[in-house]
Design a protein around this ligand. Sequence first.
Ligand code: SF4
Length: 343
Amino acid sequence: MAQASSDMQVTDASTRRVLLAGPRSFCAGVERAIEIVERALESRPAPVYVRKQIVHNAVVVDELSDRGVIFVEELDEVPDGATVVFSAHGVSPAVREEADRRGLDVIDATCPLVTRVHMKARRFAARGDTVVLIGHAGHEEVEGTLGEAPDSIVLIQDHDDVAAFTPENPGQISYLTQTTLAVDETAEYIEALRERFPQMREPASEDICYATTNRQQALRALLAEVELVLVVGSTNSSNSVRLVELAQREGVEAKLIDSAADVRPEWLTGVRAVGLTAGASAPHRLVEEVVAALRAHGPVVVEERELTREDTHFELPSSVRGPKAATGEQDSATRQDRDGGAA
Ligand code: SF4
């Protein structure tokens, strides 16, 4: 994206500023998940099934559906022997076992950073901890993580849950979090838990992922300059919703939109500067289309505000890895693991 658009010279009072938060849009886990489905379409007999939305974005899901992918809620909708892709949000061990039992050809698109949380959940539960999982009930990632040790994990969603939490052994507690939470809010819950349970053990590295953290920091950095924030993302995208909430908590009007078609002219009345970002599951081109839609409502000058540059890549699963993926990606994935997920 250019630093500023060609209508930079139009700087009269009618010109609206559009501040692009960076990074925004696709993260490495989402890119990997979509590429896995694309490779499955090329290499497996049709149809390819995907359990749940591969990533939480309506546009991505619609486009893959148009290419023949069949999205299902549960494995009982997948015929025996068929190919099924597990979404980026991960699955519980029970789902894996069912797929094995049914002889399904499974391709796992779980983000490696989600897998890391699952591994910690197993490890903490195995050493006898009561594991607090901070997250949102019903989110697929949370369901998958809970399934790793259902008898040992307690879900905490808010301060009321923190207050009501009464573990059998308060001296043996650890915590984990969903990867796509609000950084500030989560820190408050952890602090409140620590006050009640000073011996609570923490994970060696943050579970909120680099992409979630970077998008929140980039948006926060421009909030003081804008009167309206537009977040491109779907309503079931946790990290997109967190971006809207972040802006609103700071007193800035914010709207979640799936695409440029959702931009309402009345939102722009009296607005001289718009902050624009996108959740980690929203394609980059949707942001460009929103800029074009804003131009339809008057001259704009576009300013790129890149706070952090991301270069994270994850290796593809060997079952879909081709010559292209076999070059270079191993190094990036290895570096990602070593650095604890931060880009
Ligand atoms: S938002 Fe984070 S955890 Fe989720 S897919 Fe992207 S990198 Fe992975």
